[in-house]
Design a protein. Structure first.
Length: 292
């Protein structure tokens, strides 16, 4: 693949961006990386990544640019303030993989249409946490020009176990993450109820594990809760951000249950738990019930 794949720049080397760059390097893709905090790129350089001095420098040297950052403002800052959009060569492909919601991708598309109609924008957020990203096992919800698909096929194969081309990648991502939110909430609330009823989490796992009610993802979350392991696989603050994006896009008054979930999770974030895994909500609910 290294002989045929165009150079790809990854802008934003947080947990997901770092994991994705790792998968790209393993696949032999010529990889350029940039991050506001250069320390995050050091081990990638040791693995063969080319560390750019700036976002503009990375974009100038890449045929395909991936943005993977926290929110819309960060994406727009990279595109404008950091000079990425101006630096892209005519005909370049910008693969926007951050979860920024419907309004966010509309802002990005409008910016591209106004300032760089000579490049191709793909809306391609991903489903999966750092572990699947490191293993190249993400699901990619992609939308955009059909003509650009062959140029990103190798990249998407390196990053994901499957790519779903749809009419609106960011829209499908919100649907996906709403299901994730309720799946996590179901686990957390069930564990909290079990504890209030005097049952141990291990008992719940033994009784429900392997049943059609519990997905493999939920079973893994139950096991981590039982061990008191809340290090972030999907940070609560980021999951809450995605819930708010879904509410914003869909009319929050019509999704009352999701709104209540957002209020509950906000309380946990306000307690300083936003950097923990979203399953930390189980611990918060237990404490509210007077549990140790």
């Amino acid at each position: 693949m290294a002989d045929t794949q165009e150079p790809v720049a990854v802008l934003g080397i947080g947990a997901m961006g770092h994991a994705m760059a790792t998968s790209m390097l393993r696949a032999g893709i010529p990889t350029i990386v940039w991050n506001r905090r250069p320390a995050a790129t050091r081990d990638l350089a040791e693995r063969g990544a080319d560390v750019a001095a700036s976002a503009a420098d990375a974009a100038r040297r890449a045929a395909v640019v991936v943005t993977m950052v926290t929110d819309t403002d960060a994406v727009m800052s990279i595109a404008g303030d950091q000079g990425m959009l101006e630096a892209l060569a005519p005909g370049a492909v910008w693969v926007q993989m951050s979860t920024i919601g419907v309004a966010g991708i509309d802002r990005v598309a409008a910016l591209v249409a106004a300032e760089r109609p000579d490049i191709t924008l793909l809306d391609a957020p991903v489903s999966g946490s750092r572990g699947p990203a490191e293993q190249g096992q993400l699901t990619i919800f992609a939308s955009g020009s059909e003509a650009a698909r062959p140029r990103v096929a190798g990249l998407f194969d390196a990053l994901g176990q499957r790519t779903i081309w749809v009419g609106g990648g960011s829209r499908l991502k919100l649907v996906n993450n709403t299901l994730v939110a309720f799946a996590a909430e179901g686990v957390a609330t069930s564990v909290a109820l079990a504890r209030r009823l005097g049952l141990q989490t291990e008992t719940v796992i033994q009784a429900l594990g392997g049943s059609p009610l519990v997905s493999p993802w939920q079973a893994a979350k139950l096991d981590r809760i039982a061990k008191g392991e809340f290090s972030a696989q999907f940070a609560l603050a980021l999951a809450l951000k995605d819930v708010h994006l879904a509410l914003q896009a869909a009319d929050s008054d019509r999704l009352a249950a999701l709104g209540c979930l957002a209020d509950e999770w906000q309380q946990a974030v306000d307690q300083g738990l936003g950097g923990q895994d979203l399953t930390v909500v189980a611990r918060v609910l237990e404490q509210q019930g007077g549990m140790p």
